[in-house]
Each structure stands twice: as C-alpha cells, then as structure tokens.
Design a protein around this ligand. Structure first.
Ligand code: GLC
Length: 574
C-alpha cells in the first residue's frame, strides 16, 4: 500500500442500517446524498461551491439523516465538463480546495457519521492530463499514445476519422492532432468532448495506474467510488463502424447498448472484478456504485455479481413515468434480476445529468421521455410535480435496497428551465441545444434573494448559474421546522428509515390494492401505500400512520398522488 504510511485514517462510522440489519454491509441499505460540489455551498465567495462550503453544512446533512455522501469529481481539472475531465486524479482542483481540505473533510464526515463516496472517472482523462500531453508530444506508435486510442485517419490523406463513432455530446468522436512537425496527423477517440480523450483499457499501464489511484483514495479513508461511465471502458479493438446505429449515439437518452462496439462490452467485467479485489484488501466494507446506462436489467445485473461491484444505479426506475403499472413493473424486475445475483437494488430519481424528477412528473402523463430532455406535451404543473415528488420520496425510501438523494431533492427543487443561453455552462449545449444545467443550479440555503446563502455575504462573484427568484420560498432555512415542508418530510422519513429494521435491505410483498395504487408490506410491521389513481383511497384500518406525503382527507383517506407509511399490527398481518 504505497503512499499510505503518512496518512492517519479514522474508521468509517457505523450506520443505523448496520445496527438494524444485524451487521449486513452498510451499502445494502444506505441512503446516500449526492453532493454536486460546485452547486452545494460556496465557502470562499467565488460563486462556485467548494469543500469549505460542504464542510460548513455537515450538520445539515447529518440532521437530514443520510448515511453517506457521494461527491462529484473534485480533482484538478480544466472543467471542460464540470470536472469529468480530470487532469490529476491525486489532487483537488483549486476551485474546490486542497488535498488537505479533502482529507479533513473525509475525517469530519466520519465524525458526523457520514461515509464518503468519491467519483472515479476511468473512461477518459482531460486533454490536460500529463499522459495526454505526453501522447501529443510523442510519435505515432509510441508507448505514450498507446494509453489512448490514437489511429490514422481514413481517406487518401488520412483526412477522414478512423470510424463513424459519435460523441455523446454531439459531433464525431474523433479529433485529428497535429504532429510535432506541424503536419496533420493521427486521430484520437473521445466518446464525450474533445477535451476528454478515452483511455485504452487494453493497456496494462492504464490498469496499473487506476489501481494506484483507487489505493490513493482508499488509503485516505474513502468508503467507496461511483464509477463514471462504467459501461464504456471496453472498446472493440477492431473499432468497427456503427453504421445505422450511429444516429442513436447522440441521442440524449440511452442508446441501445446490446452488442455495441463500445458500450457494455463483456470485457468491462474483468476490470471491475479486479477492482473489487483491490477494494477488498481494505477494511470496512468499501464499495462501488456503477454508472452504467445499459439496455436491460439483466445486463445491469452482470455488474453486481458477488465477485464484482456491490451496487449500480437503477436508471430503469428513473426513466419510468409516474404511473403505477410501469413503476411496479420496474420494481418487480429489479428485485428479481438483481436478487438473482444477490445484489441489493439502488434507487435513484434524479442526478446532475437528467431533468429533476419534480419537473418530469409535472407533466400530466407522468413524465414519459422527459428524463432524456424530450419536450413537454401538454401543460407543466409544478404543484402536481411537487405532490408526486413528495410521494415518490416516500416510495423510494421504502423500497428494499439503497437509495440516492440528489442535492435539492429534499427541498423540492425543480428543473430550472429558463437559464439564459449566455449563462449556459454544459458543453452539450453548444453542440446539441440541450443542457443539463437546469439540474445543477446552486442550492438556496437562506435569505430572500440570490445567492440565497449559497455564497457568503461578502462574495465577490454571483453564483455560477443563476437561481430563480421564486426559490426564496423554499430555502432550507425557510423549510426547517415547518412540518408541512419537503425538507421535514425527508427528515422524518429518513429518521424512520434509520431506526426501522423493516426498511433498507430486504424484500417486499405486494398487497391487494385498487387499480393504480401501489401498496406493499415489509416485515416486521411496515406498509407503504402510494396512490397514483385519480381519486382518494382508503387506508387499512387499525394501522398507525407514521408519515404521509400529504394531509389525509377529512375521511382519513389518502389523496391522489400521495403516499403514506404505516405501522401494521404486530405480529405481522397475513
Ligand atoms: C457521466 C457523468 C456526466 C459526464 C459524463 C462524462 O455520465 O455523470 O456528468 O458528463 O459521464 O464523464
């Protein structure tokens, strides 16, 4: 374990889940809060969130009741893609702080009972990474170029890209370089922006380098890693054309990854089985969560086999509209498919890449393709979206497995859809006209006007994206202590989840229920009822209401688009 000797690592905390589930690994049932660092809280007043800002809100997160934080990339980066273009995996970008700040933060999180998951970006580096700079300075066929995907172009003079692969962010996936003598030269592959050259995972040097990077952070007490673009690492070395499939590659949603030359290839599993062995050398249930946009839960299940990664985001659930048959279908498929390999489910509704679920659910039809940025059909009703988002919170927090909460979900933030074009930062915007910035707007903490406490009072710059004036009504300070607020709903639900052995890891049993009502029981003694029908429904008699997402009707019924948690009579009913 090189590089570890100087670092004193505090042990990770024990979670309520571990206590309630007889010592089962924490990640089987954890509630994890995603910190999009640049938008969480700005400690130094430059308009960009940073480690100091996060540090000053750890009490808030501990009081919210989550078990862990996932922090989006904080490494040295030119920020061509919000930090997903990493120039140095072993240092913190000055925008966010220093390596010492990160080490202190990990220790402080552990003191607050919070585990910390870092974001590892293995598919590509930044074009400012030392390896890529060396590759550009070295000739074709060199060891330096073999770490990436350099190829001669097609056409009489190499003027055409090596194949027809497309960037996820629009345009071709290849950029031509100038050789040392200034002549047009080889092309390199980038499945994202040109500033994000893809690494060649066939190369043992790449494997060894990432082993060392994992160890660098494991030695510093990191409890896990979110793996960026986990499904992209293995490429077909023959680099075959996509042909008719090429168009699919640029769509904002998920392309079909079955039998694809660069998505979800079986060779990725060798990499991750190896990573598992590295992490298992460390004490304390270190874990991984894969970002793998793959076609079908059976393909996702391969990532979470018992000798591979522990967890993977379930995007099928995120993609599902707010409609009972679809949600139940995904829940059943998930439990069956992941259960077959012994893995827990991982529920997620929103993140920094998709429109916030409150806004997706604000469409009368429950959302359809809005997760991939499809335009709205029909009116957008944010009050409806909020009701559904509150119900969805109770649904996801009650499902078996782990759950991710994207920062601001707990405040009921909506997608900001009116950011002026000249303020857009997402690199996708220039090429495609679509943007992910609307889910990345800095959090409103307090006060009546921007920056809403996001930056200190003496800040020298505005928040890096503009905040809606209407957020004055939903700042964290405004919601704190108001029992009708979304913040207090989350706090209550997370508090219950923490101490209740029926919640987190385990199974569920569906109850007989009216059409468009999801009702399930979890033992011991817990029931969740979600009403997706148009009319109120009666709740079972003789059960204790633990929490509801909306007030019950005068007759004690559950409103449309509302959810309730109940304590059933003990011993459990049949
Ligand atoms: C992942 C990240 C996204 C980033 C992309 C390229 O999908 O979540 O934000 O742009 O990878 O690294």
């Amino acid at each position: 374990m090189e590089e570890s000797s100087a670092v004193e690592v505090e042990p990770a905390p024990g979670t309520g889940h571990e206590r309630a589930h007889g010592g089962a690994p924490w990640w089987r049932g954890a509630s994890i809060y995603q910190v999009y660092l640049r938008s969480f809280a700005d400690g130094n007043g430059d308009g960009v969130g940073d480690i100091a800002g996060l540090r000053s809100h750890l009490e808030y997160l501990a009081a919210l009741g989550v078990d862990a934080l996932w922090i989006n990339p904080w490494y040295r980066s030119p920020m061509a893609d919000g930090g997903y273009d990493v120039a140095d995996y072993r240092d913190i970008d000055p925008l966010f702080g220093t390596l010492a700040d990160a080490e202190d933060l990990i220790a402080a999180c552990h003191e607050h009972g919070l585990r910390v998951i870092a974001d590892i970006v293995p598919n590509h580096t930044s074009d400012q990474h030392e390896w890529f700079k060396a590759a550009l300075a070295s000739p074709p066929g060199s060891r330096e170029r073999a770490r990436f995907w350099f190829r001669p172009g097609r056409g009489a003079h190499g003027e055409l890209p090596p194949n027809d692969w497309r960037s996820r962010f629009g345009g071709q996936a290849w950029t031509r370089v100038k050789e040392a003598d200034g002549s047009p030269g080889e092309w390199y592959l980038h499945l994202f922006t040109p500033e994000q050259p893809d690494l060649n995972w066939e190369n043992p040097e790449v494997v060894a380098e990432f082993d060392a990077i994992l160890r660098f952070w494991l030695d510093r007490g990191i409890d896990g890693f979110r793996i960026d673009v986990a499904h992209g690492l293995a490429k077909d070395p023959a680099l075959p054309d996509l042909g008719a499939r090429a168009d699919d590659s640029e769509k904002f949603g998920r392309p079909d990854t079955l039998g694809h030359p660069h998505w979800d290839r079986d060779a990725v599993h060798d990499i991750f089985q190896h990573w598992r062995r590295v992490a298992d050398e460390y004490p304390g249930d270190r874990m991984f969560v894969a970002e793998a946009w793959v076609t079908g839960l059976d393909r996702l299940a391969l990532y979470v086999r018992s000798n591979e990664l522990q967890t993977a985001f379930n995007f099928e659930f995120l993609m599902a509209p707010w409609r009972a048959p679809e949600l139940r279908g995904v829940i059943d498929d998930t439990m069956r498919t992941l259960g077959a390999v012994g893995a827990p489910a991982t529920w997620v509704l929103s993140n920094h890449d998709v429109p916030r679920h409150l806004t997706r659910y604000a469409a009368a039809d429950g959302g359809g393709g809005r997760w991939r940025g499809e335009p709205l059909t029909g009116p957008e009703d944010l009050a409806l979206g909020l009701r559904r988002a509150r119900a969805a919170a109770l649904l996801t927090l009650a499902l078996p497995g782990g759950v991710y909460i994207y920062q601001g979900d707990e405040l009921g933030l909506w997608e900001v859809e009116d950011i002026p074009a000249d303020r857009m930062q997402d690199p996708t915007f220039a090429n495609t006209g679509r943007t992910r910035d609307g889910s990345r707007v800095p959090l409103p903490w307090s006060g009546d006007a921007p920056p809403f406490g996001f930056s200190p009072a003496d800040a020298t710059a505005e928040p890096w994206l503009p905040q809606p004036a209407a957020w004055r009504d939903i700042t964290a300070a405004r919601q704190q202590g108001d029992p009708t607020s979304t913040l207090e709903l989350y706090r209550m639900a997370l508090r219950i989840r923490h101490g209740n052995p029926a919640l987190g890891d385990g199974t569920l049993v569906w109850d007989d229920a009216p059409a468009d009502v999801l009702s399930f029981t979890r033992e011991p003694g817990f029931r969740c009822v979600v009403n997706l029908s148009a009319a109120p429904v009666a709740l079972p008699v003789g059960e204790e209401l633990l929490v509801a997402s909306a007030p019950l009707t005068a007759d004690g019924e559950l409103e449309s688009d509302a959810a309730a948690w109940l304590a059933t009579k003990l011993p459990a009913r049949e």
